[in-house]
Design a protein around this ligand. Structure first.
Ligand SMILES: Nc1ncnc2c1ncn2[C@@H]1O[C@H](COP(=O)(O)OP(=O)(O)OP(=O)(O)O)[C@@H](O)[C@H]1O
Ligand SMILES: [Mg+2]
Length: 272
């Protein structure tokens, strides 16, 4: 059943919207999980980039990978960064100041919040390191909530990517993870952002992410996987769940032709 009156975002992967039952409903919180190098960041950035090109406002919160490394990867997969109005916020003070300065009128705006660089600064305090830097690492979940609230109140963002939940866990001592993550997700839902939350798959057949609770709290799950067969490895993608959508859960192979992503039906491509 397709939800009436709910707009759908495209996956920007050819053929894959059909698997999603049409697309990702706006306002959904979607977990994108997979092993190392399965193109989690690329898939999410590609969605954000294309939706930003189409007029939406996007924010990419990178907790581990710095923006330079992230952007290099995106250029290597052919994303034409100069087509959007990109801004990188990579200083502890810059983040909140920069977000407060953002104007609703800026078209095709894609903001990268670069915690990777902020964390590097934290590890190497300098004379200019302010107290604000330390507040960031102490309570990064609250900082992300503040960013999300500011973005939502000022209507500065439609889609947010958090890369990654695994990195977030490694930074914080969550006293009650289920409750804190529940509030983070509920908060994002309440303020109406569509969110793609990246999570690393620790090992083959492991639960969907570090703590295994997010899968029940999120609205949708997309799984990326490297599948090995006769010493060849192919990329795979599937929809594990997508609330309110008639999605199909088949496994597609994920192709990248140097310009665009495409999913191929029929499961694993026979290699022999
Ligand atoms: N032009 C390209 N064509 C195909 N694959 C590419 C290209 N450029 C980079 N890659 C592959 O993309 C992968 C990295 O993509 P990405 O960073 O999105 O993955 P990830 O799942 O987010 O990785 P990580 O686990 O490090 O966060 C690398 O394995 C790299 O080989
Ligand atoms: Mg990544």
């Amino acid at each position: 059943m397709k939800m009436k009156n709910t707009k759908l975002l495209g996956s920007h992967i050819e053929n894959f919207d059909a698997a999603l039952g049409g697309g990702v409903p706006e306002g959904h919180i979607v977990l994108v999980y997979g092993g190392a190098g399965t193109m989690k960041s690329s898939i999410c950035f590609n969605i954000l980039f294309n939706e930003t090109l189409g007029g939406k406002k996007g924010v990419y919160i990178s907790i581990e990978q710095n923006s330079l490394s992230l952007l290099k990867q995106m250029v290597s997969i052919g994303i034409e960064i100069p087509k959007v109005n990109i801004e990188v916020l990579n200083g502890a003070n810059d983040v909140l100041k920069g977000i407060k300065k953002m104007k609703d009128s800026e078209p095709n705006k894609l903001t990268i919040v670069d915690f990777g660089t902020i964390r590097k600064e934290l590890g190497m305090p300098t004379k200019t390191t302010s107290k604000a830097h330390f507040a960031f690492s102490d309570d990064i979940v609250n900082t992300i909530l503040t960013i999300a609230r500011t973005l939502a109140e000022k209507k500065l963002c439609d889609i947010v990517v958090i890369d990654s939940l695994t990195a977030l866990y490694s930074l914080t001592e969550l006293k009650n993870p289920r409750s804190e993550i529940f509030y983070l997700f509920e908060y994002l839902r309440e303020i109406g952002l569509t969110a793609f939350i990246i999570s690393e798959e620790v090992e083959f057949d492991a639960p969907h992410s570090g703590l295994g609770i997010e899968n029940y709290l999120v609205d949708g799950i997309i799984h990326l996987h490297h599948s090995e067969r006769n010493r060849k490895v192919i990329r795979e993608i599937s929809v594990v769940k997508m609330r309110a959508m008639a999605c199909n859960n088949d496994i597609y192979s994920l192709e990248f032709d140097g310009k665009k992503f495409r999913s191929l039906y029929g499961g694993k491509v026979p290699l022999v």
